[in-house]
Ligand binder design. Sequence first.
Ligand SMILES: Cc1cc2nc3c(=O)[nH]c(=O)nc-3n(C[C@H](O)[C@H](O)[C@H](O)COP(=O)(O)OP(=O)(O)OC[C@H]3O[C@@H](n4cnc5c(N)ncnc54)[C@H](O)[C@@H]3O)c2cc1C
Length: 455
Amino acid sequence: MPVNPLLAKLENILGPGGVVSSEALSERATSYWNPAPTRALALLRPDSTEQLSQVMRHCHEHGQSMVIEGGRTGVVAGAESRAEDVIISLERMSAIESVDEVGGTAIIQGGAVLQTVQEQLAEQGFLFPLDLGARGSCTIGGTVATNAGGMNVLRYGMMRHLVLGLEAVLADGTVVSSMNQMLKNNTGYDLKQLFIGSEGTLGVVTRAVLRLFPLPASRQTAMVAMQSFDEVVRLLRTSQAELAGTLSAYEVMWNSYYRAVTEPDGHRPPMDRDHAFYVMIEAEGADPEADELRFNRLLEQTLESACIVDAVIPKSDAERRALWNVREEFDAILPAFLYDVSLPIRDMPAYVDGLSDDLRARWPAVEFQVFGHMADGNLHLFVNPCEEGVSQSDCDELVYQRLARYQGSISAEHGIGLEKRAWLSSSRNVQEIRLMKSIKASLDPRGLLNPGRII
Ligand SMILES: Cc1cc2nc3c(=O)[nH]c(=O)nc-3n(C[C@H](O)[C@H](O)[C@H](O)COP(=O)(O)OP(=O)(O)OC[C@H]3O[C@@H](n4cnc5c(N)ncnc54)[C@H](O)[C@@H]3O)c2cc1C
């Protein structure tokens, strides 16, 4: 086999174990969502920013396209490579470099896995509040690149709100170090925000300065059931008003979702399967006695007023995890087309019911489940047309055309990637897209980094 001169050079820079061959890659799945074998020229594993910078400089000189991967849990195919791409992985750059206990910040490398970061910081008394079902695989670099959301956005914001500074390597190997550690810093353009949510199209995020919070002293969790969407909204407002700012998660499951994941081969149903809505509600505070009293009073009052019709309160961490698994683990539903839309909360019932009618009219046997981060205006939809030969774009049309009536967004937290590119203009105007293209052209004029994503 002829030796690829670029790969030979990269092997030299990266040393033993630094390059994974295309043959070895073909034995692993493309991503969490795509079981097809990974296709790429090679996977590159730098162990420092300097090494990565050299690698990218050489790729740039050779016109070599580069695709960045983190934990490969992203939902819009952003990390999926073609046979002609090299993959850049930060799996050898996964350290927690330092923790500033006074300032409440940590410097973390881009390849660190979210759950490891959460656990190690908890041992030092800190909460890093970003949390999502993919926590065991997704990385800090990946969550920065996608501006991930998850369960605690209503209290702590998205990844964008948790990053104070970062370091990124541009397509030509230039290292941009913007490792600000302060909450306030108005010295010109906030460059880190360019990279957050840019899905790897502008640079590789190698390190980030993250905001930390005190580890909560108490946590109350419940799964509750309700009979109407009005009651779901009422409980949200009451919780926000009466839990003294401790509400940290409010996750809603429509009956269709709850039933699907609690079929006999799925999760054990914590409560009756006939309620219209189920909500995971969680509060985290600093005063265990007062917090518990307040939480229990809320549940009692809302049960008395029939706002909620059933409630399960876990008595141990294991019981809490089992409840959350109902919301977070949806393997029983897959394969299906997954959507991630946002729209005003008041319009959610009309949108879901209208879309359900549209889908059923097109595919009478369709399976349609709804759940999500309702308090953030964010719903996830699973659609399985249950018919041969239906493509995702057939389904996109129905989902997004109805969404346009409510000025909703086609991506609340998953990003655009390769999958939603054709629909970008339904959520962004011509001037916005033109500006995005000019930013991309200025940072990566040869279009080598994550080509074809977003714009
Ligand atoms: C079970 C499950 C639950 C999920 N729940 C949520 C949720 O609640 N909220 C949510 O927002 N998402 C959720 N996701 C989606 C996914 O976990 C997030 O998008 C996550 O941020 C992706 O991180 P990753 O490390 O896996 O990145 P990857 O999937 O590997 O990559 C995602 C994108 O980021 C780019 N990228 C990766 N690393 C870097 C880097 N270091 N520098 C620059 N670009 C990079 C890639 O090129 C790609 O475009 C879920 C996924 C699963 C499987």
